[in-house]
Design a protein around this ligand. Structure first.
Ligand code: SD4
Length: 343
């Protein structure tokens, strides 16, 4: 018994970590604070997050306040200014996780400006993780969030009218390089909005604070012109967002259905637990998506992950070209980086 216990302890290490020759987070210097965010819209969001992190604030506050900037921006496809579902209604999804592994989320939320803050209230003020639809809105109002008018932004209205001309169920998502062609439910084509922005409907942010604690957030309007009631990966803990304060955190963007089916961000964090650096972990999770599709099909899909480990190391990987992300630390002053890709 004693011998078995000793053997178990020595394979796990004194603190319970699985020992892997390529992975020993404890002996490395930690880059902190740091924030990493999906897409070029991450630049403005990082500024807000960095103000909190550089003043020794908590990562959780940084990832909430950071993505609120994007939710506020009427020129972005996140928040109430975003594209509606195919019935013409904007429905928002968001999730947040803290350093204790707590999570909160909302899905199909209407007429509320900051779904990320409602997600945080779900996490902190209820015993639940996910509230949806009318119930999520009722909860938000009870928590003091104002109900905004049911009105599309100018850009969204223009895009919706354009879409209504054909009303083709051909949801468009995140394929920026123009190689993929529209045509059928599973094809995804690039789309530029009338304001010149690309159709990123999501922002995902991960941060490590001066104490070395990790948190993450994700907020989205989901897929443009989606079926009413469709929920993507972003509010699903373990799909769109996952944080394990012992190991690392990951957040996704792209075609949510593929991310959900592979538990993408949980998988990415588990790869980091096995010793993969963040970029390799993201790559392995992307490869899992490709593996369950034909290569031709995978070429029409975009899925991208960013990851941050406990040492403040970052990485990303995407199926398609065109995905980028922004990193802000003491050394990397809001650097915009192009992700490596499978194709
Ligand atoms: C979704 N993952 O709802 C989101 C969409 C997205 O940039 O990332 N858009 O499937």
């Amino acid at each position: 018994m004693q011998r078995r216990k000793f053997l178990q302890m020595s394979s796990l290490g004194a603190s319970g970590w699985i020992i892997n020759p390529t992975f020993n987070l404890r002996n490395k210097t930690v880059t902190k604070p740091l924030v990493i965010t999906t897409w070029e819209t991450g630049i403005a969001a990082n500024e807000a997050a960095w103000r909190i992190l550089s003043a020794d604030g908590r990562a959780l506050d940084a990832v909430e306040k950071g993505v609120m900037v994007t939710e506020d921006s009427i020129n972005c496809c996140v928040g109430l200014g975003a594209n509606p579902d195919r019935d013409g209604i904007v429905t928002l999804d968001a999730s947040i996780m803290d350093e204790y592994g707590n999570g909160g989320a909302v899905a199909g939320l209407e007429r509320i400006k900051h779904p990320i803050s409602v997600a945080r209230k779900v996490m902190e003020n209820t015993p639940h993780v996910l509230l949806v639809g009318a119930g999520a809105q009722e909860f938000a109002v009870q928590q003091g969030f104002p109900l905004e008018p049911q009105k599309l932004s100018e850009d969204a209205e223009a895009e919706y009218k354009k879409w209504l001309k054909t009303s083709q169920y051909n949801p468009v998502i995140n394929v920026e390089n123009g190689r993929a062609k529209a045509g059928g439910e599973s094809a995804f084509a690039p789309m530029k909005l009338s304001n010149g922005a690309w159709n990123h409907d999501t922002i995902g942010m991960l941060a490590i604070d001066v104490k070395g604690n990790l948190s993450g957030s994700c907020t989205t309007s989901g897929m443009a012109f989606k079926v009413r009631g469709r929920v993507g990966d972003s509010p699903c803990i373990g799909a769109g967002l996952y944080v394990d304060n012992e190991i690392g955190a990951a957040v996704s963007t792209g075609l949510g259905e593929e991310v959900i089916k592979t538990a993408g961000t949980f998988l990415t964090v588990e790869f980091m637990r096995q010793g993969y650096p963040p970029e390799a972990a993201c790559k392995a999770a992307v490869e899992r998506v490709i593996k369950r599709n034909s290569v031709d099909k995978a070429k029409t899909i975009q899925v991208a992950y960013i990851a941050l480990n406990k040492n403040g190391q970052t990485g990303a990987y995407a199926i398609q070209k065109g995905f980028n992300y922004a990193v802000y630390s003491n050394d990397r002053k809001n650097e915009l980086v192009s992700s490596k890709t499978a194709f």
